[in-house]
Design a protein around this ligand. Structure first.
Ligand code: XMP
Length: 516
């Protein structure tokens, strides 16, 4: 049977991925596509429903998006959110205007009359608003189903034609009953049953990979991160020893990490695959000697990684398939918009040019991060690998400000290991769960201190911990003072050449999560 799916049509809003995730949390597969996706293609794909997202434009502004009006005649149930609601109103003959008062943030919403969309929502509820335009008059045939003090049409619908709209954002957590709204749309209105389950995804993927690969040879670059680990295990379950995983240990990993990866994927681990660990630490240190500029470090590491990988691939000989751990946010981000490059993340989209292969396999390209983790658990991958924090491709090189050398790598590895150990032990691990990412970095500052009656002139370690859900924005976590003191003492006592520990209180923006 064909997978049920919902289309999230992107008009440039900031919550588009979030909408798709919320729909998937209802066990219905959702995909994000740009609003320029041809109407014929939409018809062909057989969506059960379409969600128009918010967006930064005004339906009247000069930058108004030029969408195909046939979109509104598809006869598939549609939900317009924020700008998407205004677009629907405008496109069907209603009136959109600049609101006398803009609404931002928590807003009291009052329901009006019966509504298929808001059926399960309380008569008075709280929703998240963010708009300067509003719908002044709904199109003919629509009924208004909610209002706020400043917004006469907070929700409207025309159930006969399958049109539904909310000025507020049901996808954000601040909208108290948002889940009920999305559920009513996806399940009750679009008639989806909820067939998106990780167990069946894993089974289906294994089947499809087997069919595709046949008796071909498969090559995978394994980093030990969540995505490549899940991709590798999925492939190994599907094709066993036809898979070779190459793990490049460039000497920029966290303390003992190379050995941990080998313990899981190597010959003594539980998986049936060919595992090659390439120890090229010195080669990377030589390349990085004297380099201090962050983007240059990234470039050197990215290029050298590809070179090493190509050399290994050459030894293996021609392969048929190359595995990439691409996940859905990478797919969406590379396909849409053209936002500024703040940092070049080398492991997204960097492909070796000289590896001889016929085709790429991206088994996770449909999954969000939390779904990759669920798939990992389904596959029996140990928790500590599945819940591993994100770790940048260039590794510790971008957590060492200034030159990278063995001494500095040792310092940051030791300090980071202590930091993570203490964070993870605190409050039975509950505190660590509130953090998106936490790590130690080495600053290029040296300062005077005194230890055991001697003057020291040593390094300062910076500790970073952030709360974030999407890594696009983040706030500095409030680390309990007693914990911070304990970590500071341990680092200073146990790590040679560190005489100061600092905590980074910067949020993102203006800071980034990594220090380089
Ligand atoms: P920033 O520092 O940009 O980090 O706020 C956001 C997220 O991306 C990770 N990051 C990288 N990942 N290659 C990567 O693969 C990189 O060059 C890189 N730089 C940052 C960072 O750890 C955080 O999760």
């Amino acid at each position: 049977m064909e997978q049920e799916k919902i289309l999230v049509l992107d008009f440039g809003g900031q919550y588009n991925q979030l909408i798709a995730r919320r729909v998937r949390e209802l066990h219905v597969y959702a995909e994000v596509e740009p609003y320029t996706l041809p109407v014929d293609e939409i018809k062909k794909r057989g969506y059960k429903g379409i969600i128009f997202t918010g967006g930064p434009n005004s339906v009247y502004g000069e930058a108004a998006l030029d969408y195909d009006p046939a979109l509104l005649q598809l006869g598939i149930p549609m939900l317009g959110i924020c700008y998407g609601a205004q677009l629907m109103a405008h496109g069907l003959g209603g009136k959109v205007a600049t609101a006398p008062t803009s609404e931002y943030g928590h807003t009291d919403v009052q329901r009006i009359g019966d509504s298929r969309l808001l059926d399960k929502v309380s008569s008075e509820t709280v929703a998240w608003m963010s708009h300067t335009d509003y719908i002044e008059e709904p199109p003919a045939g629509f009924v208004v189903t909610a209002k706020t003090a400043a917004c006469p049409v907070a929700a409207m619908e025309c159930p006969e034609k399958g049109f539904y709209a909310t000025q507020f954002h049901p996808e954000v957590m601040h909208t108290k009953e948002g889940r009920k709204v999305l559920k009513a749309f996806v399940i009750d209105i679009c008639g989806c049953h909820g067939d998106w389950e990780m167990g069946s995804f894993v089974e289906r993927s294994i089947r499809e990979i087997r069919e595709k690969v046949g008796d071909g040879k498969v090559l995978c670059a394994l980093s030990g991160g969540v995505d490549s680990s899940v991709a590798a295990v999925l492939l190994s379950k599907a094709v066993g020893k036809q898979l070779t995983c190459v793990f490049v240990d460039q000497g920029l990993l966290r303390k003992d990490e190379g050995d941990q990866v080998e313990a899981v994927f190597g010959p003594d681990g539980p998986y049936d695959l060919n595992f090659i660990r390439v120890n090229v630490q010195q080669r990377f240190y030589d390349k990085l000697a004297g380099v201090t500029e962050p983007e240059k470090k990234r470039k050197i590491i990215g290029e050298e990684f590809i070179r090493v990988f190509e050399e290994e691939a050459k030894k293996i000989g021609a392969v048929d398939f190359l595995v990439q751990g691409t996940i859905y946010p990478d797919v969406i981000e590379s396909g849409l918009g053209d936002s500024a490059v703040i940092k070049s993340h080398h492991n997204v989209g960097g492909l070796p040019d000289h590896v001889d292969f016929k085709e790429i396999i991206e088994p996770l390209r449909m999954l969000f991060k939390d779904e990759v983790r669920k798939a990992g658990l389904e596959l029996g991958i140990p928790d500590y690998l599945v819940y591993r924090q994100p770790f940048p491709g260039p590794g510790l090189a971008i957590r060492i400000i200034g030159e990278v050398n063995e001494e500095r790598i040792r310092i940051v590895q030791e300090a980071d290991a202590i930091y993570r150990e203490e964070i993870e032990a605190y409050d039975d691990g509950k505190f660590a769960k509130t953090l998106g990412q936490y790590f130690a970095a080495l600053t290029n500052m040296r300062s005077v201190g005194v230890m055991g009656d001697f003057r020291t002139y040593d390094y300062a370690v910076a500790l970073r911990a952030v709360e974030t859900s999407d890594f696009m924005t983040a706030s500095a976590a409030q680390i309990p003072w007693d914990l911070l003191m304990k970590i500071t003492n341990r680092i200073i006592n146990e790590v040679d050449h560190v005489n100061r520990v600092m905590y980074d209180c910067t949020s993102k923006p203006p800071g980034t999560i990594e220090l380089e």
